[in-house]
Design a protein around this ligand. Structure first.
Ligand SMILES: Cc1cc2nc3c(=O)[nH]c(=O)nc-3n(C[C@H](O)[C@H](O)[C@H](O)COP(=O)(O)OP(=O)(O)OC[C@H]3O[C@@H](n4cnc5c(N)ncnc54)[C@H](O)[C@@H]3O)c2cc1C
Length: 416
């Protein structure tokens, strides 16, 4: 195996958003930086974020409010976010001619609505600062001299440096390159690693009828998940898929539902009219029928719902919506339809697992990391950033902001 003669100041392991930010920042400080990525391109996962639009951060500029979304990591993240927070993310991309726009729930996207533009900006940041980029090269682990890290083994030989930044990502969507290898290396180095678990992951249901309704969005509904010991209730948009449920509110509930599944199946109830009680909804429906006596039931319901939602309501009602005239509906049937609008029931049997999860939980215990620098407390020439850290967070741009912040802090602190 070759041992490279060139000495670098810093080797960054992994060319995702956190690695590119760390490498670019370190190189901008005049350090000799090598970025190693096993894919042939940088930022493969970054290029599919936000459905290809990249929810780049969350435009919550109040650090206290923002950090409440990071669960147990809240305290740990104060110091890094004070160095590089949401405002800095806005400034960074705007200065590089990629201004951001803010949508619902403060989710920020590049104005161009293209994740590939974010990859382009980051790659340019890395290369224009003189960082050497080596793609198509896999890291295999660290070279040690006693307890000290002196190099990294790669598919192209050993590389030596003064410091190393682990930015190899988590274990979700492994086809993008994030295969969780960093956890193995760091465990060997004495770090505490929490097991990877799918988080922000779609849910599988047992009812086969969902297949026919794949792609249907149930907007602004209330959804509750219940088993014998626990009940959680949330509001938001639900997406029906060919296997079950997805969409923001489902992904953000998945962590708790996963815990509930340990006690068996979980019952779901979806309320399409969370703001109306059953009495007022019955009255509204009665009025709709009186205004449209000659419409078929299907067409009547289409005055209120999209075609897919109409199907979802009708699938468990004992009448053919295409034939039944609305004026012919019995009181019992009207009440049953309204009940269905307030309570579409499903049974969750599992999650779609790591391959489908937006982020995976697990990673390096934050107790092992210096909050001001992202430096390992065990190995002073080692830094850890991005998804490799054990930080639980919801969807909405919080994951990428964690990458920009921790990547910047490591790039700013390394070899000081
Ligand atoms: C479908 C999807 C949509 C998402 N959308 C959003 C969103 O809109 N907003 C948001 O905030 N978050 C989103 N996320 C989460 C976000 O993408 C991740 O949090 C982020 O990519 C983590 O960045 P990272 O740099 O830590 O790791 P990664 O992006 O996983 O990058 C790690 C890199 O290291 C490389 N690597 C791994 N092992 C090795 C090795 N042995 N040798 C060399 N290289 C290696 C990998 O190939 C990879 O390129 C989404 C995730 C998914 C899967």
């Amino acid at each position: 195996m070759n041992t490279e003669t060139t000495e670098y100041d810093v080797v960054v392991l992994g060319g995702g958003p956190a690695g590119m930010m760390a490498a670019g920042r370190a190189a901008s400080r005049g350090l000799r930086v090598l970025l190693i990525e096993k894919n042939v391109v940088l930022g493969k996962k970054l290029s599919i974020t936000g459905g290809g639009r990249c929810n780049i951060t969350n435009a919550e500029f109040d650090i206290r409010t923002l950090l409440k979304h990071y669960g147990k990591a809240e305290q740990f993240l104060y110091a890094p976010f004070a160095q590089c927070g949401v405002q800095e993310t806005f400034n960074f991309f705007t200065e590089r001619t990629l201004p951001l726009i803010i949508e619902e729930k403060k989710r920020a996207f590049p104005e161009t609505q293209k994740a590939t533009d974010v990859v382009r900006v980051m790659e340019h940041y890395v290369r224009s600062n003189g960082c050497v980029v080596r793609t198509g090269t896999a890291v295999r682990g660290f070279e040690m001299n006693g307890d000290s890290i002196i190099g990294v083994h790669t598919s192209a030989g050993v590389v030596n440096a003064r410091a190393y930044v682990v930015a190899s990502g988590g274990a979700s969507h492994q086809e993008t390159g994030s295969t969780g290898e960093g956890f193995t290396w760091l465990k060997k180095l004495g770090h505490t690693i929490h097991a990877s678990n799918p988080n922000l992951v779609p849910l599988i249901v047992s009812e086969p009828w969902v297949k026919k309704l794949s792609g249907t969005v149930l907007p602004k509904v209330s959804i509750s998940f219940k088993n014998e010991v626990r009940k959680i209730k949330k509001q938001g948009d639900v997406l029906i898929t060919h296997f079950g449920l997805s969409g923001p509110v489902v992904l953000n509930s998945a962590y708790e539902v996963k815990e509930m599944l340990e006690d068996g199946m979980v019952q779901v109830s979806i309320d399409l009219f969370p703001k109306d009680d059953i009495g007022s909804l019955r009255a509204m429906f009665q009025k709709l029928i009186e205004d449209n006596p000659r419409k078929t039931l299907s067409n009547l319901l289409k005055s209120w719902f999209t075609k897919g939602v109409v199907e979802a309501i009708l699938q468990s009602v004992p009448t053919d919506g295409r034939l039944t005239m609305s004026a012919m509906l019995t009181r019992e049937m009207r009440y049953m339809l309204v009940d269905r609008m307030k309570n579409i029931t499903l049974t969750v049997t599992g999650t779609k697992g790591l391959d489908w999860s937006v982020v995976s939980d697990g990673g390096v215990d934050l107790k092992d990391i210096d909050t001001r620098t992202m430096q390992s407390k065990i190995h002073p020439n080692l830094y850890v950033v991005g998804d490799v850290l054990h930080v639980n967070r919801p969807s909405g741009g919080y994951s990428l902001q964690l990458c920009w912040t921790t990547g910047f802090v490591a790039g700013n602190s390394v070899c000081v």
